[in-house]
Design a protein. Structure first.
Length: 298
């Protein structure tokens, strides 16, 4: 991590509550939930550092909100990009209040099908991208003794589909990382929320990557899932603008949730998975407890 311009941060400003409009640092704002969140935050009068690999797609925001938005070129897999983006945000706005890790994409394929490069690329963006941003932002938030980190996971961070295991694995990793992070930074005045959207009407599905080594006879689930995704593009359940507005509401809440399912499909699927796990471990309770050392009395 590079040294930040933390000396420019005013601690008293960081401690102010609702009287000061928050500064948002959002990754993946070129489209989808990230773009909607940037727009919604700007419309409500917040300051926004909007990052994207191709910031030229954000030109309309820069023209519409010249004083309130800072558009930045940033690849979440590039630590130098991240450090420069955070430093520029501090130079411009003096602080960062909400960090949203939204950048990510999906990789289809049974465990055997994608290439090593595809698998590593999925983890580099979806997991290490989150880690990179969080680690660069934490010195700022710690100095302020305030802040809110929102990591966009997925309902698929709680359960998995066949032929979408690598995507789920990255989101499971984000869940575990975020749960630990929340406990670490709570004493420092920093909050953490894991956003778990279900199917949302964005272009996310268009960016899903197919595996290099498709084996349709052995793993028909890959082709079936790809066809299902394409057929469901017009029938997705959640409105990305409403998702964005809810995230803003959560960021202004004094006691935000750690886990936040977004959408009926996500909520119901997560609840079903929790019920399934509870039933399964209860049925095997005696077997599980039998692994303990036997006492002399026994």
């Amino acid at each position: 991590m590079q040294k930040h311009l933390v000396g420019q941060i005013n601690n008293e400003e960081g401690k102010k509550k609702m009287s000061v409009k928050k500064v948002w640092f959002i990754t993946g704002t070129s489209a989808g939930i990230g773009r909607e969140l940037a727009e919604a935050a700007l419309e409500k009068g917040y300051k926004v550092a909007a990052t994207a690999r191709k910031p030229e797609v954000l030109q309309d925001l820069a023209e519409k909100y010249p004083e309130a938005v800072l558009t930045l070129k940033m690849d979440v897999t590039n630590k130098k990009d991240i450090a420069e983006a955070i430093n520029k945000t501090i130079e411009r706005f003096g602080r960062i209040d909400v960090v949203v890790n939204n950048a990510g994409y999906g990789l289809l394929g049974a465990v055997e099908e994608p290439s090593d490069e595809q698998i590593r690329g999925q983890f580099e963006t979806n997991v290490f991208g989150v880690i990179n941003v969080v680690r660069e932002a934490l010195p700022i938030l710690r100095r302020q003794k305030s802040g809110h980190i929102i990591n966009v996971s997925s309902g698929l961070g709680f359960f998995a589909f066949p032929s979408y295991g690598y995507y789920s694995a990255t989101k499971f990793a984000v869940q575990g990382l975020s749960e630990a992070l929340a406990q670490e930074v709570a004493p420092l005045g920093i909050k953490v929320t894991i956003a778990e959207p279900g199917a949302t009407k964005t272009d996310f599905i268009k960016g899903v990557v197919m595996p290099e080594n498709v084996l349709p006879e052995d793993y028909p689930s890959t082709t079936n899932l790809f066809e299902l995704f394409n057929s469901n593009q017009e029938r997705q359940l959640s409105d990305p603008r409403r998702v964005a507005e809810l995230l803003i509401e959560i960021a202004e809440n004094e006691n935000p949730p750690l886990h936040l399912p977004l959408g009926e499909d996500s909520y119901n699927a997560i609840q079903k998975q929790l019920d399934k796990i509870s039933k399964e471990i209860s049925e095997w309770r005696e077997t599980s407890l039998a692994t303990g050392y036997q006492t002399a009395a026994a």
